[in-house]
Design a protein around this ligand. Sequence first.
Ligand SMILES: [Zn+2]
Length: 227
Amino acid sequence: MTSPEPFPTDWQTALVLVAHPDDPEYGMAAAVARWTGEGKRVVYALASSGERGIEGMTPAECGPLREAEQRASAKIVGVDEVEFWGFPDSDIRNTPELRAKITETVERIAPQVILSLYGGPEWAPGQPNQRDHMEFAAAVLDAYDALTAHSGEVPAWLFENGPAATHAVDVDAQFEVAVRSLAAHDRYLSVLDPDTPVLDQARAQIDRATAPRDDVRVAGFELKRTR
Ligand SMILES: [Zn+2]
């Protein structure tokens, strides 16, 4: 695999499109912290509220809790604009309704950069992706392609946070803030793994997600579309 290129810098607004709360926090948020620190605008839009994500909690209890954890997490990396679309957690499909919501959001926010979820079948051999993620990522690509065909007025770059990075952001200085942003999903992580303190879980995950390349921690992104 060739070395990733530096991530573009000549843009002002990025839109992060994901399926569930905590999806931005495994690597993307480190880059987001860097960008907001440079004065760029980043907006999070989440298809679902992750209301089926905490064992032992009803969706009615879980949804608002996870929204609150996501807002807290976003704030830590300098993101104040977070929206939830209310599509059903664990049943996110590439439907016309989802594609229409993606299109409407892209037109309203008018970003130059879209960061979407990885849509491939496996993160690595034996590590399958989730169906919600794959369907959601396909909907983002389809919506982008339809916008391209319809108006040509599309964001300049569309990336996924996949394992075969084409572009990388140096996030050496953002490691601790990325750990804290993931750890803001406190209830979610403490139920997921009750035996490991949440900060330790977060540190291990961010360590993996920003594994150093030439001694520098990076957040990697796969370029999927460009104008
Ligand atoms: Zn997810």
